[in-house]
Design a protein around this ligand. Structure first.
Ligand code: ATP
Length: 319
């Protein structure tokens, strides 16, 4: 369990983390989301005692990291997978860590097997790809069999098999009753992995709720249409200002028009419909709404925001 109370970090003029109050609970995977520069890594670093808060506290099981006796048994973390001595083999890196906590060598072999690195255990870590380094970081995090895992973008650099493996690992660690706190920019991945979400923007809390609630609170609404010849309906919808996305042959996703209105327009245009149904928001859409005012480093031509439509602009609420 992580408990943050008024956690604040200032770097000169930059308020990186702004009075965060939060509990990250055991038995769940808690996804930690936020745009670039939102303060996720800084928050994790303060939890792990790597940065000192300007104000407030970050506690693990009720104690600051620095007061933990044999911390590897309480917390396993991957913040920077490449932060390993490049000249050391994977095995000797893990053995060195294990010795600091009197963890037996056989545990090193166990975690190497868990992360699938046995065959390269004697290779220098400096020759590892990013994905292999992530696996080595996870092996180090698991070494002390900790009740808390803090993972900063753990699927970064992993191939699809690796992404699936990390997802299943996090799910199984949470199912064993551990606390899993994981940051990611991959919303589709978080939607499949997290039970609960914490979103921050410019250092402040934007949401702290179960995944389903965050998505349900999205104001994004859309209508799925299947029609063998939808052209006249597309023209009618576009002339009313609705957004029409063609997602397949004879398949549309319409935003900015109520489902009833789409049906009326289809009837009037003489367009036969094979399907007219509401389409649920994804975490991606919910996230974009949540963080819309917090993005600091936007690309010059961002993708159009599907939630910024007339139908979606009402009823906006936050988790
Ligand atoms: N050591 C530092 N010195 C000065 N400013 C820093 C330092 N570390 C972080 N910052 C600033 O604090 C803010 C939060 O950064 P942080 O790395 O925590 O964000 P993040 O949410 O992890 O971002 P990303 O998703 O890009 O990794 C940023 O404005 C960053 O420039």
């Amino acid at each position: 369990m992580i408990t943050l109370r008024g956690l604040t970090k200032r770097y000169g003029d930059t308020l990186a983390v702004d009075s965060l109050d939060l509990e990250v609970r055991p038995g769940l995977v808690t996804g930690f989301l936020g745009p670039n520069g939102a303060g996720k890594t800084t928050t994790m670093r303060m939890v792990l005692g790597l940065d000192r808060p300007t104000a407030g506290t970050a506690l693990i099981g009720g104690r600051p990291y620095r007061e933990l006796d044999r911390p590897l048994h309480h917390v396993g973390a991957v913040l920077d997978a490449k932060a390993v001595h490049p000249g050391r083999s994977a095995r000797s890196h893990l053995l060195a860590l294990a010795r600091t906590h009197r963890i037996p060598g056989r545990r090193v072999d166990e975690v190497l097997e868990t992360v699938g690195l046995e065959s390269v255990a004697r290779r220098r870590a400096g020759t590892f790809s990013l994905g292999m380094s992530q696996r080595l970081g996870i092996a180090a995090a698991l070494l002390g069999d900790p009740e808390l895992l803090v993972l900063d973008e753990p699927v970064n650099g992993l191939d699809p098999d690796g992404v699936l493996w990390v997802r299943e690992l996090m799910r199984s660690l949470a199912a064993e009753g551990r606390t899993v706190f994981v940051s990611s920019h991959l919303m589709s991945e978080m939607q499949q992995t997290a039970d609960r979400l914490v979103a921050i923007g410019r250092g402040s809390l934007l949401a702290d709720a179960p995944l389903a609630e965050v998505i349900a609170n999205s104001a994004w609404t859309a209508v799925r249409v299947r029609a063998p010849h939808p052209e006249d309906l597309v023209s009618a919808l576009e002339s009313e200002g609705a957004g029409v996305e063609r997602v397949g042959v004879g398949e549309l996703v319409v935003t900015g028009a109520e489902m009833e209105r789409v049906g009326e327009l289809a009837h009037r245009a003489g367009v036969a419909l094979h399907e007219l149904s509401p389409r649920a928001a994804s975490l991606e859409q919910a996230y974009r709404e949540l963080t819309r005012d917090s993005v600091q480093y936007a690309s010059p031509n961002p993708c159009p925001d599907p939630s910024a439509t007339p139908a979606a602009s009402s009823n906006r609420s936050r988790a």
